[in-house]
Ligand binder design. Sequence first.
Ligand code: BG6
Ligand code: MG
Length: 223
Amino acid sequence: MIEAFIFDLDGVITDTANYHYLAWKALGDKLGIKIDEEFNETLKGISRMESLERILIYGNKQNDFTVKEKEKMANDKNQYYVELIKNISPKDILPGIEKLLKDIKSNNIKIGLASASKNATMVLENLGLKESFDFIADASKCKNSKPNPEIFLMAAKGLGINPINCIGVEDAIAGIDAINDANMYSVGVGDESSLGKANIVFSDTNKLNFKYIVENYSCCSNC
Ligand code: BG6
Ligand code: MG
């Protein structure tokens, strides 16, 4: 029985995934590391510091900087990112999301957030959606970045729901792995060929359909 939906934020609720990309790209340009959309896919869902480490390895500069220098780089990226998102508002909620949240609520199912972003609460506030969430897992308390299931398990615990009765919604490959390893039912949003490990995939948020998800979940748990 479904008792909770647990959402990723960036790229699912709103298109901030693109702003993360732009901010990392700007840092990459400064460092002489070219970050394209394909490499960016491997950063989706990954925490700030781990993303930086991956970028440095990608550019073969993993041994070039001190911890302090890396902290400054991550901080600069974040400042640029915060600048990019400061004007986001309810009009930036991705299509289909408000309807899905409404359908979930009207069926008395809980809603949680499992984002790796330390900016998540601010983004939800700007979107006017904070009150729609019954629990927001705190990324700063999460030790293991997705694909580790920790942040999804934190959200389920905070909601007081057994993971087996949770649906996780994600746009990142690392996020789908995290949901599956948390023993939740996984819903992917995006390209079916890269999110193939999800229980079901919708090509974009506008196609998310509460009834369809519930029917497929029941079928899955019966067979
Ligand atoms: C995830 C994004 O939601 O949050 C990643 O998909 C991002 O791209 C991560 O790096 C951490 O975000 P922040 O806002 O804490 O730097
Ligand atoms: Mg995401």
